[in-house]
Design a protein around this ligand. Sequence first.
Ligand code: ADP
Ligand code: MG
Length: 328
Amino acid sequence: MFGFWKTWKALEARGIMGINRRNADYVLKYNKRSLYPIVDDKIITKERAIAAGIHVPQMYGIISTEKEIDKLDEIIGGRSDFVIKPAQGAGGDGILVVADRFEGRYRTVSGKIISHEEIEHQISSILTGLYSLGGHRDRALIEYRVVPDQIFKSISYEGVPDIRIIVLMGYPVMAMLRLPTRQSGGKANLHQGAIGVGVDLATGLTLRGTWLNNIITKHPDTTNAVDGVQLPNWDGFMTLAASCYELCGLGYIGVDMVLDQEKGPLILELNARPGLNIQIANDCGLTLRTHAVEARLEELKAAGVTETPQERVKFVQEMFGHIPQVEG
Ligand SMILES: Nc1ncnc2c1ncn2[C@@H]1O[C@H](COP(=O)(O)OP(=O)(O)O)[C@@H](O)[C@H]1O
Ligand SMILES: [Mg+2]
């Protein structure tokens, strides 16, 4: 714990963003309240993404009322893997990742065997709002289970790693790869016990990791190094994240993406209040970067121009990438 505070203090000198600044100067300033439902409800996010031609895990069905729970069998059909999640959930809570069927029951991605009744009960809890922001009544969505690309096999334990990129007014400012652990039950959420690993914006090479507020370089379950891993199609992920600004209109978001073995990059969800631990994984504060983007926006405004997602990605990669500049 002491090590964590020491790290946080050291980062403070380098422009670390705290929760008050994030809320006042970014979330409140750049995120219009009326647009929140687009990101706070995963069903609406999906519809928006599809309309914009952005790939997402396919939705098999929606259950909105207790009566509709009877439709579950029909929605699942003959499939043996699928995911059930609260439309307005957060932090990985209430998500059920079913990987297989087993003797009339189901096997979750972390190996737990559950009955059909247990799944129905879980859906019922979702509907009552047990996992939703503010405890409001919610809907359950049933979707395609992402099968992670082979690249993650050595550095991930069960479940699906995701790539989180913080995007300010369409400019990606910081990225992190999140790796599920035995502890996180196949989910890539840090507070469930997943690892966060910083990513170089210019190259897509992983940096060091943070786990339960400690700095780490090896995955605790697989013991393989988490740094120095080249993420595939990195510029594609960067451009995808940048284009989520046009998709939702919110100026300060965390974009969560996954790399499916067959379907390639997919958007999992968008967050209007992205967490701040990404700074520890990157050993870098957000403020210097967000200020640089704000200065860029001023400059462009004065010149009366705007940039495309590709141009924005190029700007941040040159500005914040770790690639050493070649002299001469
Ligand atoms: N369709 C899916 N297939 C496989 N794993 C998933 C799927 N959806 C979510 N997960 C796992 O659960 C985690 C949290 O999902 P997410 O949709 O981001 O919800 P939350 O808002 O709770 O973070 C993901 O990072 C991933 O590890
Ligand atoms: Mg998430």
